[in-house]
Ligand binder design. Structure first.
Ligand code: NA7
Length: 549
């Protein structure tokens, strides 16, 4: 069914569609969720704000956007033919190839016609009498649905309005995750990039050769790892296709849902030489291995963290010729430990700063105060004149997408208000007070950068489908986590995460990048395999901590 099949009818207040399940989002989770619920026999329909499929990979089409996960684990793995019917051209494919994969997968799953595109969900309200949700869209639809399933993404609420005076800028200004489909003409322009996270780094290293002048505004430098991105031959593709069963089974067992895992011979059990050997081996792999397949103790033991950080610091520093650049681009020992921020992969990022057309501007002690018609003004009054401003300023992670929708649960309670006080959930699948609202990619479940997203999203959507199947079999209409059940999960989550150095380091992992957001709690659960085991066990035991009616 397409959008034209649905009568815009908000004025009369009449329901225009009645569903068993409404799925928000046509990314990795949403497409698969719709597919599964259809198979269960539900009358399900998806709604997507973008004009096409892809989720994160639809929106993030900025220059240089590509996976930091190996393509061969960033696929659906529930179906061997679906997996093997697709061949990546390189180890870490770029956005356009990823978008092609989404089209391939959507057609194979046969769910394209189950979505309304260019349609934003504008409100959602739970009716306690009927046990159903009333949902409206920006196209005037009113949808009555039993289940509301959010697959709206954990890094999908961009921080676009960051600076006073943004509207006065006479040039063009873009947030990386709202990059125009037709691209942006950057050739021979004076371009500013604000932000040096995973996104900023990809943009900077990609556009530097093409622009007249590139001004990079650096507040916090990142620890990075060098990417090696070989093209794949037919034999390479065959080799990873042949490993399908191994890959499918292995990603389910690892801490972050990748094919590799942390060493079983920890830092303390190794000689100096052996410690260094593994660091070098992981570093030279050209992947995220040093972060997610070396020493797990680096996340809890400050000494191990310091040693690994020193190792990476030296590697980065050795690539920079100018002490001023080292000062700006290499994290200092007092800043944060390696891996407590999201670690980006880079290719030639540091070398870019040796180009005559690239300038790094430190804004930690001299912050950006406002945007003026000509460009960017700093606290000391310096004006940087540019034609284009690229904001690689990140997202309201985890809770942002659902908070912006602000579903109203039992008694009219507002999720935005609840999460403004404290960000809580039950295993990331539900929130107490919001019956029949099922969620993926929200806080307190493993998610982005602390899990390979397709691994975790497949598991989360499958868990949701199993729950709905259980309700169908048992004639339940409504499910809600109990307060006690939720409290138990929050406590467990905090026990697992709060002991880590990630909890002690400001970043989007714990809400510190958004003014006013409750901070301190790590938003992602740590331990994808452990999460899978615990949540599967919960289902096996008949869902303790959930109340059915
Ligand atoms: P991030 O990692 O949140 O990075 C945002 C960057 O923007 C970061 O360097 C920020 O510096 C910078 N920023 C934000 N506000 C300002 C102001 N006011 N002045 C200067 N610099 C600022 O977002 P990404 O899009 O790179 O990555 C998000 C995830 O998406 C990524 O990890 C992938 O998993 C996908 P700060 O660190 O706050 O000092």
């Amino acid at each position: 069914m397409t959008v034209t099949d649905t009568r815009p009818d908000t004025e009369s207040g009449e329901t225009t569609k009645t569903l068993d399940a409404l799925v928000i989002g046509a990314g990795v989770a949403g497409l698969y969720q719709v597919y599964q619920l259809k198979k269960l026999g539900l009358n399900v329909h998806g709604y997507e704000e973008a004009s096409d499929v892809g989720g994160t990979w639809y929106w993030n089409r900025y220059p240089g956007a590509r996976f930091d996960s190996e393509g061969y684990i960033y696929q659906y793995m529930f179906d061997e033919d679906l997996y093997k019917g697709w061949s990546w051209s390189k180890k870490f494919p770029d956005q356009s190839e990823i978008e092609d994969w989404f089209h391939y997968a959507t057609d194979k799953l046969g769910v394209r016609d189950d979505f309304d595109f260019s349609t934003r969900i504008t409100s959602a309200e739970f009716d306690e009498v009927t046990g159903r949700w009333t949902v409206t869209t920006d196209r005037g639809q009113i949808i009555d649905t039993r289940f509301l399933v959010s697959c709206a993404g954990m890094l999908s609420a961009p921080l676009t309005s960051m600076f006073e005076g943004q509207d006065t800028f006479l040039g063009e200004i873009f947030h990386t995750s709202r990059w125009p489909r037709d691209g942006v003409q950057l050739l021979n322009k004076r371009v500013a990039v604000i932000g040096t996270g995973a996104t900023g780094i990809q943009v900077i290293q990609t556009i530097a050769p093409d622009v007249e002048l590139l001004k990079v505004f650096v507040r916090t430098p990142q620890f990075t790892l060098p990417m090696k991105n070989p093209d794949y031959t037919t034999a390479d593709v065959r080799a990873y296709h042949d490993k399908f069963e191994h890959l499918r089974d292995t990603v389910k067992t690892t801490v972050v849902g990748f094919e590799y895992d942390y060493t079983t011979k920890e830092w303390a059990e190794r000689t100096e030489e052996e410690r260094r050997e593994l660091l070098e081996e992981c570093y030279n792999d050209g992947s995220l291995k040093l972060w997610i397949a070396s020493y797990l103790s680096m996340f809890v033991d400050p000494d191990v963290s310091a040693a690994v950080s020193d190792f990476v610091r030296a590697k980065i520093g050795a690539r920079l010729r100018d002490p001023k650049l080292i000062d700006l681009l290499v994290p200092k020992p007092e800043d944060f430990g390696f891996g407590t921020h999201r670690v980006p992969l880079e290719r030639g990022y540091y070398e870019v700063f040796h180009r005559p057309n690239v300038e790094a501007i430190g804004v930690r002690n001299n912050p950006i105060t406002r945007i003026v018609p000509e460009g960017i003004e700093l606290a000391d009054g310096t004006l940087h004149e540019v034609d284009v401003i690229i904001m690689a300023t990140g997202f309201d992670a985890g809770s942002g997408a659902l908070s912006r929708l602000d579903p109203k649960g039992r008694g009219g309670r507002s999720l935005a208000d609840d999460w403004n006080r404290e960000i809580r959930s039950t295993m990331g699948f539900m929130v107490h007070g919001y019956p029949n609202l099922l969620t993926t990619g929200i806080p307190l479940a493993p998610s982005a950068a602390l899990c390979n997203m397709p691994t975790c999203l497949q598991q989360q959507t499958e868990w949701i489908s199993r729950l709905i199947g259980h309700m169908q079999e048992n004639g339940h209409r409504v499910v809600e986590p109990t307060l006690e059940g939720e409290e138990a999960w929050v406590q467990h989550h905090d026990e697992v995460t709060q002991a880590t150095l990630i909890a002690k380091t400001d970043s989007w992992y714990n809400g510190a990048n958004v003014e006013g957001k409750p901070r301190g709690r790590v938003l992602s659960y740590l331990g994808a395999a452990d999460f899978r085991q615990r949540t599967d066990e919960n289902a096996d035991r008949g869902y303790p901590g959930f109340r059915f009616a």
